[in-house]
Write a protein that binds this ligand. Sequence first.
Ligand code: NAD
Length: 357
Amino acid sequence: MKIVLLPGDGIGPEVTAVAQRVLERVGEVFGRTFEFESCPIGGNAIDDFGDPLPEQTLTACRSADAILLGAVGGPKWDDPNAKTRPEAGLLRIRKELGLFANLRPIQTFDFLVDSSPLRREIVAGTDIMFVRELTGGIYFGESGLTKHDDGSETAWSTMTYSTHEIERVVRVAADAARGRRKKLTMVDKANVLEASRLWRRVTARLMKEEYPDIEYDVVLVDAMAMHLISRPTAFDVVVTENLFGDILTDEGSMLPGSMGMLPSASIGSDGPGLFEPIHGSAPDIAGKGIANPLATILAAAMMLKYSLKLNEEAAAIQKAVDDVLAQGHRTGDLARSGEKALGTKEMGDLVVAAISK
Ligand code: NAD
């Protein structure tokens, strides 16, 4: 199985190196052969090739079984007048590979619950899988700007969705619900938006015809923003369009108490999926060897499950991470005062050692 590694910038290379070692250990324990190829993306690719997504990276990704990304960006490439930016590489790879569904698990860990901005009795036990539509909607619809004679301007952006775009992402979400607690919530703004009314019709029909075993409900996006912080444990799988998903997943990512634990997956209908931590390149700690590698390790577990269909191997990684945390091991971002803070490599070594069948 060919895995393309896109380490990227800042702490990206540090955390992907650790995730690679975990995958190699999984390979040894379960008798699997993973072949790795590392390719440039982001700021370093701009420096070396003048392009945040060089052609050779895209070609390697297209022929891969799955892709594991660290993070891109940093102050070096922040000039607003620059010709291109590291993030452009990310947007392009998602588009080129047709990655239309973004999966973001939001799960609380008991030892972290007291770091959550919400009270323990509200947030403990939260386990949500967000599925966000990633290649359609208002971010990709027609937009424009008209300048008027009086100097004022009018700008517009349009939210566009087709039946096909809705069906394919709802299927990803409903399939995920089947492997979980069999509940799906669709979030929209059908009281105002025509595009949301299409989402509602298409989803209701699809759920009735193809997923009668899944409990299905709809929630308006404004209400969802409230429910997410007042009763987050009420949700299993949540599916929504691009803009709403962008905002709600960031709101959700605050619930567990640290970003250093959260992975994300972007998948298409066929071809490789792209797996990454949700955090950025953390330039403030890059090169210090103290970044928390667990989000990237958990992204590698998602990669095994969703792209390579290796469920047992994915569960082994999840269990190794749970065990290491249960033994009280912490990186600096997780450690409370007085607790010993492990470095990136030390944490990785413990997870590698905890992998078993
Ligand atoms: P960030 O996620 O990089 O960092 C926010 C804070 O969290 C920092 O204090 C950082 O040290 C800490 N942090 C993040 N990941 C950590 C980890 N694994 N272990 C320990 N601490 C961690 O967000 P930012 O500072 O807003 O952005 C920095 C750069 O990353 C920017 O250039 C931004 O554009 C880019 N970015 C990239 C991605 C991506 O590649 N998908 C996502 C978000 C931001």
